[in-house]
Design a protein around this ligand. Sequence first.
Ligand code: ADP
Ligand code: MG
Length: 410
Amino acid sequence: MSIISGGAVRLAPAAETLAQAGVSLRRARLGVLGGGQLGRMFVHAAQRLGHRVTVLDPDPASPAAAAADAHLRAAYDDPQALAQFAESCEAVSTEFENVPAGALQRLAEHGCRVAPAAEAVALCQHRLREKRLFTSAGVPCVAHAAIENEADLAQPALAALLPGILKTATLGYDGKGQVAVAHADDLGPAFASLGRGPCVLEQRVQLAAEVSVIVARGTDGAAVHLPLQRNLHRGGILAVTEVPAAGIAPDLATAAVAHACRLAEHMAYVGVLCVEFFILADGRLLANELAPRPHNSGHYSIDACDLSQFELQVRTLLGWPLVAPRLHSCAVMLNLLGDLWFDAADGTTREPDWPAVLALPGAHLHLYGKAEARRGRKMGHLTITGATPERAREVADEAAGVLGLPPLRG
Ligand code: ADP
Ligand code: MG
């Protein structure tokens, strides 16, 4: 692997020509902005299809770069690095929605094929723009108000949204950038604690369930989707995904898929898009947020579908055919956070008992190769596949017990 820092070394040309026994093979070099676990799984999928991948990420310990053919180690907005990236890659995707949309714009200006497009990523980076999109596409979402400055805190209509959650409009993830607001008096301090930047106040709704839909849409407008996922969050972070989505009425599942496809269409989106939904006790389905990339709730597709969300990302990037993925096994995915590396009783560090986990039938362990475990940090995931939902759940509960995680329904 070549490591390029500071733009000193030139990368190989965009498509490599391999002369072997008289046959020239062209292999596309694909690029990914962001070098976390999503990038790493993109690299795996692209390489399986014979492509070479360059990762642009400033972190020398990037999990994606460790698997990639080349690592361009630079800031996402470094103009020289972006020029070099565009020159060496035929097509570029992103794995990280907080990558500056301007970087994608610049790559497109350099003539690089970019999917998703900068405008789509910019929209998904901003909760208020997202809410406007939901409204204009006719997709219901949670009651909310924009709080862009101190003066907005005085709107009388805010009282109807309490108790609520104040969220920063940008840069939030895994429950970060959010504060619970119980009373009107708490609003000012909450706004101050989030840095007084643009925010959205959402009504806190009683969740009966959370689900998500992952759609892949090509340049020709054709879209396919993964089966509906049911998600359980703990402390604002995804903890468990279950497919098929147990206990979700078929008409709600159909509506969620239709909403997700409509949103992708409305944005003229190209690439993989995840739409998160809330289902309320009264049966209402509300869009929560978008992710312009593969999503944690779609990781099960690597082991339980005949086409994964990462291969779909590669195919959309290359303009290759999209085929509806088929779920060949029922699946439960457990996220493995850094907390598992700390003993619950005394806080000493430990290695989870992987052999005991891997002794379970249908266990597929994915560790992202991160050098340091921290509480709340996504270190890996475990997908349990089974012939029936009950079997997958039963084994996943056993795995949770081995790892010291709460039971699925806990
Ligand atoms: P993030 O970008 O951190 O994923 P989300 O807006 O999806 O932010 O919030 C994380 C989780 O917090 C959601 O999946 C849900 O469990 C809970 N949550 C967020 N907003 C609300 C709300 N308005 N009412 C009830 N629960 C919420
Ligand atoms: Mg979310």
